[in-house]
Structure formats: structure tokens, C-alpha cells
Design a protein around this ligand. Structure first.
Ligand code: HEC
Length: 143
């Protein structure tokens, strides 16, 4: 009897855990993306002030590392709940991953300009990078 109650309790706990894990994945990726957005704005502020871009290269490295891991933060089953993720992420996975790869290409170019302290070329490259964020959002993120 005691074992039976334990077994039922465990089955309920495991069933609930799937949904709870998805919500953790969502909360975690949203916090990561929020932080990426803040980093991105901080980089723009340095550029706008025509400040020293060389220390920014390390910040861009962190963004590149974060976005390399972004697709893994969207496992199957994490499209419902407290999220703006759209079904296109899973119905056109190749498109989603291509949009992410495009961003990483832009970030890599931006990083080179930061490391070179190239304040003249940086703003246009920054805008192109922002466009790569937006290209993914248009298709994969609800407004
Ligand atoms: C490959 C697709 C993709 C790329 C590239 C991308 N994002 Fe997003 N972003 C998303 C999706 C999908 C969401 C919604 C996540 C959710 O609600 O679960 C999101 C959400 C966000 C959020 C809101 C986080 C919150 O508070 O919920 C911010 C801020 C953000 N992205 C910034 C950026 C910036 C800045 C870039 C470029 C440097 C970028 N994103 C590139 C797909 C992408």
C-alpha cells in the first residue's frame, strides 16, 4: 500500500516535471536574451560616444558564445507557456538555425571592427547586426 502510494506520487511528479522543465527552459532563455539585449545596447552606447571599442570585443565574444547555444535553448515542447516563441521555430528549424548563423556571421565581423578600434566602420556594421536580430524576430517571435 505504501509502495503503491509512492509509485502514484512519483508518476504524478514525473508528469508534472516535464511541464516544469519546459517553463524553466523558457525562463532561462528569456533571461539570457534579455541580458543579450542589454549588452547589445551597452555596445551601441560606446559606439555612439565614439569611445574605445577594443574592450567591447570581449563583450561581443560573450554574445557569440551565447548565440552559439541559442538553438539548444528551444527544445521541442518549449513553445507554450510564458513565451513569445512562434511555432515556426519547430516547423522550419533550418530557417531558424540559418537566421541564428547569419547573426553569428554579423557578430564576428563586428568583433573584428571592435578589436581594430574602427569607430568609423562600426556603426554601419552594428546596424546590420541589429537587422540580423530583427530578421529572426520577424519570423520566430510574437509581437
Ligand atoms: C535565431 C533567432 C533569434 C535571433 C538571431 C535573435 N533572437 Fe532575440 N528572440 C528570439 C525569440 C524566439 C525570442 C522569444 C523567446 C521567448 O519568449 O521564449 C527572442 C526574444 C528576445 C528578447 C526578449 C527577452 C525577454 O525579456 O523575454 C530580447 C531582448 C532579444 N530577443 C534580443 C535579441 C538581440 C539583441 C538579438 C541580436 C543580437 C537577438 N535577440 C537575436 C529569437 C532570436
Amino acid at each position: 500500500m505504501r509502495n503503491w502510494i509512492l509509485a502514484v506520487g512519483m508518476a504524478v511528479a514525473i508528469g508534472g516535471a516535464g511541464a516544469a522543465i519546459a517553463q524553466d527552459v523558457i525562463a532561462d532563455r528569456r533571461a539570457g536574451l534579455k541580458n543579450a539585449g542589454e549588452q547589445f545596447q551597452a555596445i551601441k552606447a560606446v559606439s555612439d560616444a565614439r569611445g574605445d571599442l577594443r574592450p567591447v570585443a570581449a563583450q561581443i565574444d560573450e554574445l557569440i558564445a551565447f548565440f552559439r547555444g541559442l538553438p539548444a535553448r528551444f527544445p521541442e515542447g518549449s513553445g507554450t507557456g510564458n513565451t513569445r516563441a512562434l511555432p515556426a521555430i519547430w516547423s522550419d528549424r533550418a530557417g531558424f538555425e540559418q537566421a541564428n548563423a547569419n547573426l553569428i556571421t554579423q557578430l564576428t565581423a563586428l568583433r573584428a571592427l571592435a578589436a581594430a578600434g574602427d569607430n568609423a566602420a562600426f556603426p554601419a556594421a552594428f546596424n546590420q547586426t541589429g537587422a540580423a536580430c530583427g530578421a529572426c524576430h520577424r519570423v520566430n517571435r510574437a509581437r
